[in-house]
Design a protein around this ligand. Structure first.
Ligand code: SAH
Ligand code: SF4
Ligand code: F3S
Length: 466
């Protein structure tokens, strides 16, 4: 079964782009569009497609809804606070719509794939004109054309397992960094997670499409290629290939650039894959491997399909094969039924592995997931206390962590002016550590060797080596 959107359908959408452009050419000046993306890199990448399509249609982009003729919210459903933020911002748009009744307001992204959210928008946000699901992104030109021609409210959420649309125009947020989706959707159904329900089944893009996109990005000046997917480690299963093969292909592209990827699932982080990463000199020395919990009981309830022991064994193999690697992870505190003892297992795991940094979350129940049905006796206060304890333990582990880099020369991609001091430059090492250093602005966008002189808790500083 093919999930690729047909060439005819994509041609039809290009025709709608042309028709919208003709409509907009009648405006005295190009109308402005504001696109607000919430959530993960996958959504940021979708946002780049939305902006790409809008620019081809003749819109100018602006940073706030004020003065915009079109506002699109590209939403995230991963935790309750992400959704609350969207609803808050959406409510505030009422005033913009009152000031400019011709304004078109669209909502897309992960939240639109949940029925209760669509109902809430229908009922409580009458100023929203169109809602389109994650599998209708490439149809924005057609949906927008219909709005511009005066059509009524439109809720378009195709129910399928997910599609792949090639050839959608793109407008990259940062010309130095090219985010390239390699797969969409997720089949893992971790019991707490909404993503498989809102992003559909796992599907991989053709290797040749990915390699071509990466080659073009490098030719047009990208210095970092970010290969994106909810679980990049299972890339290519249905195509008879795998992520290690893809990394080798992208690594073989001519030019000076680095390769990053996210996210990896520990259950699929095989030794073969780690060997491939070690071999590919362009792949960064940073492993983000979300562990979620250090308790085997909780990992099982989460349906993560690895044990604490499996996880530790992978990190030991990474440290052996890639000795200069940085390791980071995601942790969920307060999963249903988690006890203080389970939580202490997480603390002991992070003490043992010594992550460079952690992304920490308090469990948020998501309607429709298995975990949302489980008993959850621990109180919010208790979970908050554990959460603060986790942060304290990690900051104790992290203290002095970067001292090991002092005196070393690291290769840094220079990204712009310094954060602490605009007279300096800033960039990131292969371990994804921020470095401020001296040098001429002409180095921005280049790889520079920097000798590290000082380490702070979350960054480094140093001097460029001529
Ligand atoms: N596909 C990626 C991550 C997706 S979401 C992966 O598997 O690594 C990013 C992180 O959000 C997850 O790793 C998890 O730590 C957190 N997360 C997901 N659902 C959550 C929920 N319901 N409550 C709290 N945190 C959650
Ligand atoms: Fe969610 Fe798990 Fe899939 Fe990541 S792997 S997106 S956490 S279901
Ligand atoms: Fe959020 Fe959707 Fe990403 S739920 S984290 S934007 S895939």
């Amino acid at each position: 079964m093919t999930t690729k959107v047909s060439a005819e359908e994509m041609a039809k959408q290009r025709d709608f782009i042309r028709r919208v452009r003709e409509l907009l050419e009648k405006y005295p000046a190009p109308p402005k569009a504001h696109v607000h993306t919430f959530g993960c890199q996958q959504n940021v990448s979708d946002g780049e497609k939305i902006k790409g399509m809008l620019c081809e249609m003749g819109y100018g982009l602006c940073d706030t809804p004020d003065g915009a003729e079109l506002v699109i919210f590209n939403t995230c459903a991963v935790r309750e606070n992400a959704e609350d933020r969207v609803f808050g911002n959406l409510g505030a748009l009422k005033h913009n719509k009152q000031a400019n009744p011709d304004m078109i307001i669209g909502v897309c992204g992960c939240m639109t794939e949940q029925e209760h959210v669509v109902k809430k928008i229908k009922r409580s946000f009458p100023h929203v004109d169109m809602v389109f699901g994650t599998n209708a992104l490439h149809m924005l030109p057609e949906l927008l054309y219909k709005q511009l021609c005066g059509r009524k409210r439109d809720f378009f959420i195709p129910k399928n397992d997910g599609v792949i649309a090639e050839g959608v125009p793109l407008r990259r947020e940062n010309p130095l960094k090219a985010s390239i989706p390699i797969m969409y959707g997720c089949n893992n159904f971790c019991s707490y997670c909404i993503v498989p329900y809102v992003r559909g089944r796992e599907r991989s893009r053709d290797t040749e499409d990915i390699v071509r996109e990466a080659e073009n990005a490098v030719k047009s000046g990208a210095r970092e290629i970010l290969l994106l997917g909810q679980n990049v480690n299972s890339y290519g299963k249905e195509l008879g290939t795998n992520f290690a093969e893809l990394l080798r292909r992208v690594n073989a592209i001519d030019g000076e650039f680095r390769i990053c990827y996210m996210s990896s699932h520990p259950k699929d982080a095989t030794r073969g894959l780690i060997d491939a990463i070690a071999e590919c000199e362009k792949v960064t020395r940073h492993f983000h491997l979300p562990v979620q919990s250090g308790s085997n009981r909780i990992l099982e309830l989460m349906n993560r399909r690895y044990t604490r022991e499996d996880y530790i064994a992978i990190t030991e193999y990474i440290r052996e094969k890639v000795p200069n690697a940085a390791l980071t992870s995601d942790i969920i505190v307060g999963f249903p039924g988690e006890t203080y003892n389970d939580f202490c297992e997480t603390l002991s795991l992070i003490r043992q592995v010594k992550f460079d940094s952690l992304y920490t979350f308090i469990y948020s129940p998501r309607k429709g997931t298995k975990a949302a049905e489980m008993d959850d006796p621990a109180s919010a206060e208790e979970k908050g206390k554990w959460f603060r304890e986790l942060l304290d333990v990690q900051s104790e582990i992290g203290r002095g962590m970067y001292e090991k880099y002092v005196g070393k020369t690291l290769r840094v991609l220079c990204e712009g002016e310094g954060r602490s001091n605009p007279a300096l430059l800033t960039g990131r090492t292969e371990q994804d550590v921020i470095v401020d250093f001296d040098g001429d602005r002409s180095l921005i966008g280049k790889f520079v060797d920097v000798r590290i002189e000082q380490a702070f808790d979350w960054m480094l500083s140093g001097k460029t080596i001529e």
